[in-house]
Design a protein around this ligand. Sequence first.
Ligand code: ZN
Length: 131
Amino acid sequence: MKIKGIESDALNFILKVSESTAPLEFAGLLHADNGVITEVIVLPGTESSSCSAIMRLFMMPNIKSVGSVHSHPSPNIKPSKADLQMFSKTGSHHIIVGKPFDEKSWKCYDRNGYVQDLPVIDSEINNDEIV
Ligand code: ZN
């Protein structure tokens, strides 16, 4: 599936949850509808490292996702070695959020850990089109 972007509502949700979870890491999976990321499947009670928790979730047969999202409790949003390992196995789009969890403190990476463009799509404009 080609990903056109992420809905602003979904992104705002990610930023909010990341902020409220800090200094712990938040992790989840990205769900897309018609090529637009609209939903985040949050991992329940992540106690261990986020990456291994995501790996466990990907083993479940009935969860379809286009990639992952997780937060770093610091401003450093470069993927770690463990992140890269997880990226290569779990889809094409991977968002990392860092402090201070605003609209500029996140990046989307591809499965090789290279930054890729992920346009933010205004949810309201989307809804207007449906009406
Ligand atoms: Zn990480």
